[in-house]
Design a protein around this ligand. Structure first.
Ligand SMILES: [Zn+2]
Ligand SMILES: [Zn+2]
Ligand SMILES: [Zn+2]
Length: 161
């Protein structure tokens, strides 16, 4: 990505979700996707468990994640994932309707991008909302596009209070 002011290449700011131009010192914020993912674009050390593309660095609510530009899924560390979900639930996002669990998703088997073993597949927070894939060994959670939103707006959250 290049600077819109002067055309120089932009440098990602370490640990942040934006870029800086070293020539004119302008800051650039990549646009957020519908799910609030800002793609920063640097290659990471892992590939997408679904489509095998190399995951790129991205940020969700200022937390760094790995993102697939092709299927738009995201790989989280569990601690970051909890922080994002809890932070978003504090904001008033509308709750979704309970919908039946997608059996096909429960049957899907993908390999952990860290250790290449099968990831655990389980419904998240009760029935009907999202299926997540996780690896306890590597402490990684994979969410397909749309699943973060489904988890944040899960109707179960009301019952948990
Ligand atoms: Zn510039
Ligand atoms: Zn992918
Ligand atoms: Zn693993």
């Amino acid at each position: 990505m290049n600077c819109r002011n002067c055309g120089a290449p932009l440098r990602p700011v370490a640990g942040k979700d934006y870029f800086v131009c070293d020539y004119c010192t302008a800051f650039h914020f990549p646009p957020e996707s519908e799910e609030g993912v800002r793609v920063l674009g640097a290659w990471t050390d892992m590939s997408c468990p679904v489509c095998r593309d190399i995951l790129v660095s991205a940020a969700v609510d200022g937390v760094s994640v790995r993102h697939c530009s092709k299927c738009r899924g995201n790989l989280f560390k569990p601690i970051d994932f909890r922080r994002i979900v809890e932070g978003r639930r504090l904001k008033s996002e509308k709750l979704s309707q309970l919908r039946p669990l997608d059996q096909k998703q429960l049957e899907r088997q993908i390999l952990c991008p860290g250790c290449l073993q099968r990831m655990d597949v389980h419904p998240y927070y009760g029935p009907g909302n999202a299926v997540i894939d996780s690896c306890g060994t590597c402490a990684l959670i994979w969410l397909d596009q749309g699943e973060l939103k489904a988890i944040v707006t899960a109707p179960e959250r009301r019952r948990r209070r």
